[in-house]
Design a protein around this ligand. Structure first.
Ligand code: BV8
Length: 228
């Protein structure tokens, strides 16, 4: 990758698909089993907290049994070896990037390992099934919710992401449908900034036409081939 110094990588559910973690919008994906409005909005949580907590408990259980795949390991190798700036911005709430050894990871939609207390605002490591209403380790209140960003909520560390895009020479999008904003808009910002853009995805995403280059196929093939 000549002349490339600073890289921003965006990952979505497709990078974890071959680890056996359901994506959201592919055949039989998560959202088909649940309407988004029913499980991933603050209104849903107010209306039916048990349904939302059960959904996230179930997903956390599933994630814990899964392992990083060749795509996660290739990105971790790149992270360890890359001398310039590198930021893996993930929309995923799983910890497979970290378990593969990646360090420079930013979870813009939150993390399934964390619970967030709506009483004292402290985030703590998951303390067991939220459906059982465990007490917040910081304040003791039974007011924990998953520390994930729902629709209508502000994604995390957006300024940091925009700053990294401004400094980037290359923006690579891996395993995302380009259906959810503001992540889906990053490629446009990159193009406007004159940043080189590459999409690695199973098939064309909703944003494919914005990428200077798009390679289609499984992440466990495309990502190691790109990294190595
Ligand atoms: C916000 C919760 C204000 C955690 C999720 C315009 C501008 C701004 C906002 C909006 C806008 N229009 C609409 C909005 C609102 C909304 C939105 O985007 N709605 C959509 C549906 C139209 N956005 C929001 O509400 C966001 N907040 O905007 O706040 C704001 C605005 C700007 C700046 C600051 C604040 C909040 C969005 C976060 C919602 N929370 N998840 C959780 O439960 O996980 S989103 C959910 O979708 C997940 O996080 C997921 O990561 C994300 C994106 O989905 P993908 O990762 O792409 O997964 P998907 O299944 O869709 O696609 C999988 C892809 O992988 C496919 O392309 C497939 O081909 C590919 N694939 C499959 N297998 C493989 C593969 N690729 C390679 N190899 C394989 N083997």
């Amino acid at each position: 990758m000549k002349d490339i110094r600073n890289i921003v990588i965006l990952t979505g559910a497709g990078v974890s698909a071959e680890s056996g973690i359901d994506t959201f919008r592919s055949e039989g994906g998560l959202w088909e089993q649940h309407r988004v409005e029913d499980v991933a909005t603050p209104e849903a949580f107010m209306r039916d907290p048990d349904l939302v907590l059960r959904f996230y408990d179930m997903r956390r259980e599933a994630i814990q049994t899964k392992q990083p795949n060749a795509a996660h390991h290739a990105l971790a190798r790149l992270d360890a070896e890359w001398p310039g700036d590198l930021l893996i911005v993930t929309q995923n709430v799983d910890d497979l990037h970290e378990r593969a050894g990646a360090r420079r990871v930013l979870h813009m939609h939150g993390e399934h390992l964390l619970a967030w207390c709506t009483a004292c605002d402290v985030r703590s490591l998951w303390v067991g099934a939220l459906l059982q209403r465990p007490a917040c380790p910081a304040c003791g209140e039974k007011a924990l919710r998953p520390d994930v960003v729902w629709f209508g909520e502000m994604p995390y560390r957006m300024e940091e992401i925009y700053e990294a895009l401004r400094k980037a020479d290359l923006f690579v999008s891996i395993g995302t449908s380009g259906a959810v904003y503001p992540a889906a808009g990053f490629v446009r910002q990159a193009r406007q900034l004159g940043v080189a853009t590459l999409e690695l995805n199973l098939g064309p995403s909703q944003g494919t036409l914005w990428f200077e280059e798009a390679r289609h196929g499984p992440a466990t093939e495309l990502v190691p081939a790109w990294v190595d």
